[in-house]
Write a protein that binds this ligand. Structure first.
Ligand code: XUL
Ligand code: CO
Length: 433
């Protein structure tokens, strides 16, 4: 035991009336909703990078956090893992997610980094055996080190492509060893700053081949989890190839991977792409590539990916409604890709940020589940499309254009516009929130 979280109790569900800061008001892991425990519906995960590796910097200032495990030695990496699992125990979160660079010290060579990764993975494996938290996903950090500044798989230098391949292989091996449910690829540097120095066609082709080789390797080693791409339109690159769900789907189709790879959708990234979170989830579900989510919120004014904890349940309920419509998670989960503000220095801040985020999601989920179970919105949606249930309407979809055109004249078709009833449906939503 470390003493980092000393005096902080295990967080329990106490319900809405409680005045106890260190309690859940809405998240009761054992409550059964739609036939399943909340814990199994929501599958919460803590992000190792924000909570344990991020020093609190912003573009104008460096480290604000002073954590006893900061530093580049294996002993400190193990202390970090100890603290991480103490936090998972306090929160009762069933999952965590990490990049190689969050968990192990960087070595002077690839071989040394690999040895460090293997040692910390063994350590995490032992931790998993005696604690509840398991791995939701593993991933490779292919964006922080200067070697990645011009891209990883899309780098003009073939040696960087090779280094990226070695890195992803090592992280996929680590994820498999830890029984991870998914493997994520986020390409923050897979994009460009200026077209003046960029061969876009070649970079895209390399990204496609890289992903194919990752999928081939997954099958070779028998990794049963899902491979997930996390779309984001920009930041840190000026333009990123995995712009949004629609772009990723086109890319997967192009390289024959649409049945092999799904998406990890992040709230803040959806907003940066000019969409809503629920749009991205609904589209992924419609295309058969919905995998998992990174839960957070962006600042509404700054236009940055501020990765704040969610605190608006009404906003998140619409997203959870789409997840419920999609049939819920299979391998995926709700990963808090969220960080406390750089002024939030205390260990309590870290715990209570997650408590608030989990409560916000639970409250949102319950509202969405109640509305879905009441079938109120779905009944209205079915009614709106009911015309397509008729045999003639169905047959029309098989007819050539000129036959459909002829039917308008033959039957004197003259459609009557009907209300979309948006405000009435919004009022219905409010009844459940
Ligand atoms: C960056 C981001 C990453 C990915 C994993 O915006 O979301 O943390 O989730 O690399
Ligand atoms: Co993310």
């Amino acid at each position: 035991m470390t003493d980092f979280f000393k005096n902080i109790p295990t967080i329990k569900y106490e319900g809405v009336g409680t005045k106890n800061e260190f309690a859940f008001r809405h998240y009761n892991p054992d409550e059964v909703v739609m036939g399943k425990r909340m814990e199994e519906h929501l599958r919460f995960a803590v992000a190792y990078w924000h909570s344990f590796a991020w020093p609190g910097g912003d573009p104008f200032g460096g480290q604000t956090f002073e954590r006893p495990w900061f530093g580049d030695t294996m002993a400190l990496a193990k202390m970090k893992a100890d603290v991480a699992f103490e936090m998972f125990d306090i929160l009762g979160t069933p999952f965590y997610a990490f990049h190689d660079a969050d968990a192990r010290p960087e070595g002077a060579t690839f071989a040394e980094s690999l040895r460090n990764l293997e040692e910390i993975v063994d350590y995490l494996g032992v931790k998993q055996e005696s604690h509840k938290a398991k791995l939701l996903w593993g991933t490779a950090n292919l964006f922080s080190h200067r070697r990645w500044m011009s891209g990883a798989a899309t780098n003009p230098d073939p040696e960087v492509y090779a280094y990226a391949a070695a890195t992803v292989k090592s992280c996929l091996d680590a994820t498999m060893k830890l029984g991870g449910a998914n493997y994520v690829l986020w390409g923050g540097r897979e994009g460009y700053e200026t077209l003046l120095n960029t061969d876009l066609a070649q970079e895209r082709a390399h990204a496609g081949r890289f992903l194919q080789s990752v999928v081939e390797y997954k099958h070779k080693i028998g990794f049963k989890g899902a491979i997930l791409i996390e779309p984001k339109p920009q930041e840190p690159s000026k333009h990123q190839y995995d712009y949004d769900v629609a772009t990723v789907y086109g890319f997967l189709k192009d390289f024959g991977l649409e049945k092999e790879v799904q998406v990890n959708i992040e709230q803040g990234h959806a907003i940066l792409a000019g969409h809503s979170f629920e749009h991205e989830i609904a589209l992924a579900a419609a295309l058969g590539i919905f995998g998992s989510i990174d839960m957070n919120r962006n600042d509404y004014q700054s236009g940055w990916d501020t990765d704040q904890f969610p605190n608006n349940h009404a906003e998140k309920a619409v997203a959870f409604y789409e997840i419920i419509r999609a049939g819920g998670y299979t391998t995926g989960g709700t990963n808090f890709d969220a960080k406390i503000r750089r002024q939030s220095l205390d260990p309590e801040d870290l715990i209570l940020a997650h408590v608030g985020g989990m409560d916000t999601c639970a409250r949102a989920f319950k509202a969405a589940a109640a509305l879905f179970e009441a079938d109120a919105l779905e009944a209205k949606r079915r009614e709106r499309y009911a015309g397509w249930q008729g045999a003639e309407a169905k047959a029309m979809l098989k007819q050539p254009l000129e036959d459909v055109a002829a039917s308008v004249l033959a039957k004197n078709i003259n459609p009557k516009p009907r209300s979309g009833r948006q405000e009435r449906l919004e009022n219905l939503w409010n009844d459940y929130i």
